[in-house]
Write a new protein. Structure first.
Length: 338
């Protein structure tokens, strides 16, 4: 288990993490969400001893990272995809880490196989695409077979097949009883991967809950009602405190009441019900609602014309192209520091 207690980290006058406390339990994939600049990367770096807290601390199974007797066997971390010497071959990079961590070098080929890089293990890592670099970073995190794993944007640069593979890997690691803590900006993917999320903004805790509870608690979750006699039920819905909107297709969108309550009011009004369904908010919608006051770097309106309109890459990789077929095919900008 990972425990963060009253963690505060400043960079000059800027407070990156502000009195942050949470636990990451074992046996589940926990997502770590927040806008750019929220303090996620700083928190992860502090957990593994790469940043020193000004106040509070972070512990792994009750021990600070720097106090762990065999850190690589206890914690695996992917915080920067290309954290390797570019001139070193992939297998040699992992061998160097294994020697440093007193891990049998036989484990190197095992993890290369797990991440799908066995065929390119002899290539220099500097020529790897971002997706291949992510796989190599995941291999390094798995090298010591640790019970605690931290991943910062692990699917950035992966193709669709790689994203599904990474999702299944993280879920299987959690199913083995390990602690899996994953930061990501991809809400749709996190909704499929994690069962619990910790949301922060401007360095402070916003939510620590299951995805189900966060989505159900969103005001964007609504009830869709279709009846041929809406005038009978509308006054009752409004009197019960619901917010009601008529849709162009003749249905009614009701927020503020659950579907059973809407159905009961329609029955009491004598209005026949042709459709009654709960429309769940997406995790992305719930996240946007939770963090709307905690966005540090907001974007302007998207361009609607001009030079950006219709712009496209000069070439597109084919669907059958292997991830390592072209070193530049999957290269993408790295995540912003956050």
């Amino acid at each position: 288990m990972i425990e963060v207690r009253h963690l505060t980290k400043r960079f000059g006058a800027k407070i990156a993490v502000d009195d942050l406390s949470f636990n990451v339990r074992s046996g589940t994939v926990t997502g770590f969400l927040g806008p750019n600049g929220a303090g996620k990367t700083t928190t992860l770096r502090t957990i593994v001893g790469l940043a020193h807290a000004d106040q509070g601390d972070a512990r792994i199974d009750g021990v600070a990272y720097r106090g762990l007797p065999a850190p690589m066997r206890q914690v695996g971390a992917l915080l920067e995809a290309k954290a390797y010497h570019p001139g070193r071959r992939a297998r040699d990079h992992l061998r160097a880490l294994a020697v440093a961590g007193r891990i049998p070098t036989s484990r190197v080929d095992e993890v290369l196989g797990i991440v799908g890089l066995s065929d390119v293990a002899g290539r220099r890592a500097g020529g790897f695409s971002l997706g291949m670099a992510q796989r190599l970073g995941i291999a390094a995190a798995l090298l010591g077979d640790p019970p605690v794993l931290l991943f910062d944007e692990p699917v950035n640069g992966l193709d669709p097949e790689g994203i599904v593979w990474a999702r299944n890997l993280m879920q299987s690691l959690a199913a083995q009883g390990r602690t899996v803590f994953v930061s990501s900006h991809l809400m749709s993917e996190m909704a499929l991967t994690a069962s619990h999320v910790i949301v922060i903004g401007r360095g402070r805790l916003i939510a620590d809950s299951s995805i189900e509870d966060i989505v159900n608690g969103s005001s964007r979750t609504s009830v869709r009602l279709r009846t041929p006699e809406p005038e009978l039920v509308l006054p009752r819905l409004e009197a019960a405190g619901a917010v009601v909107a008529r849709n162009g297709d003749g249905a009614i969108t009701v927020t503020g009441l659950a579907a059973p309550a809407v159905g009961d009011l329609a029955f009491q009004a004598g209005a026949p019900v042709h459709e009654l369904v709960t429309v769940q908010a997406s995790l992305e919608e719930a996240f946007m609602e939770l963090t709307q006051g905690a966005v540090e770097f907001g974007a302007g309106a998207a361009p609607t014309g001009g030079a950006l309109a219709g712009a496209a890459p000069a070439t597109w990789p084919t669907a059958t192209q292997a991830p390592w077929a072209s070193p530049g095919a999957q290269t993408a900008p790295g995540p912003e520091e956050h």
